[in-house]
Design a protein around this ligand. Sequence first.
Ligand code: SF4
Length: 447
Amino acid sequence: MTLKERYEGVINYFKTNVPIAETELQYSNPFELIVAVILSAQCTDKRINQVTPKLFRDYPTAEALASASSDTIFNYIRSVSYPNNKAKHLVNMANMLLKDFNGVIPSDIDQLVKLPGVGRKTANVVASVIYDKPAMAVDTHVFRVSNRLGLTKAKTPLQSEQQLIKHIPEQYVATAHHWLILHGRYTCLARTPKCGECKLTEWCHYFKTKTINKNYPHSLSHKKPNSIKLEITKDIMAKTTPTKKTVKSEKPTIPKKAVVKKAAAKKVAIKKVAPAKPTKSAPAKATTKETKFVAHSTSLKVGDKAPTFSAKDQNGKTIALKDLKGKNIVLYFYPKDNTPGCTMEACSLRDEHQYLSKKNFVVLGVSADDEKMHKKFATKYELPFSLLADTDMAIIKAYDVWGTKQFMGRIYDGIIRTTFIINEKGIVSHVITDVKTKEHGKQILDL
Ligand code: SF4
């Protein structure tokens, strides 16, 4: 397999199966993101998300943070790693942001790394997430996963970054960072990679060789390469290793059982499932109960009066439901601008827009992104409709589309992708929860 084929295989897999990949850090504006990313060094996103709400509430701007003392900030972040240094960095970063950058977070990596507490990784995250730049931030997960897959042969994060940037098409660089992080966080774990559940085996160098190339470390830990043990357990090997013949053919397949298990895991629901009734061919196993996850779904129903709303769109124009009487409205809620799934959905609605207009439809997208981010997104993809900046999430809450969801094995709160069709009388006529992002425009026209 050539390197090009390996990259294509991995990227195509992620494009198809993980269309939405974004940071797990919670933030609502660029200032909050840079603070969260500085705090996240050597710490988990989960921990950071526990401390930032209070910090952002009391210090919502660079001005507020710059006026604080590092001792005060320490008390807010004492549970994260290196709180002393990080408290100083945050206050100094806010001061420099005001003094040297007029309070605006720079988009250039070389400028970003001048800010206290901002290293190359943080700068790349900020540049890619806020400014949609093709920057690859390499953390421990990206470094390990890309080395294991064989996408890189790197000894340092910088080498990893350079090799990934060289081979990943520019439009996927920012998302690839999240793909690799999520894969490393939930599947390709540092100690025991879940090869039995992984669908990248076909392209994975580590899986095929079952040995670690001693010249290239697979993690950023300080273990000597020679001391790294082969970590695939016998059990996984038994499940995933086909016969010698198939290994030679370079196309090992995951056993059907593993695929079925993975497919089952995709189903959403938090409910206790009663044990299956015994049959002659398949007697029931003891009394084990299976817990499944149930994603949140809007409580609004067909026939309900559509909740009123009013918000600015990407051009600063106020769009209100009361001004749209006599129109059919496609009100679609999506997680985030510029992410793959949301881009596919927006482009599908763009491509069908003329047909939707002929049917008296007005298309309105809603997310928690601000006007500036909407403007960038709408301009980049030439979207002919309004995107409402619901930064205080008033519309999202009114339509009950914020809740717990599951993605790539992790459970978290976010905007549940949902579309409401509102008729000329302001009544909800359809609620679409199984949004087909690639053909959402057609999905609506076919109703
Ligand atoms: S096959 Fe195993 S080592 Fe390779 S990417 Fe998947 S989990 Fe990681």
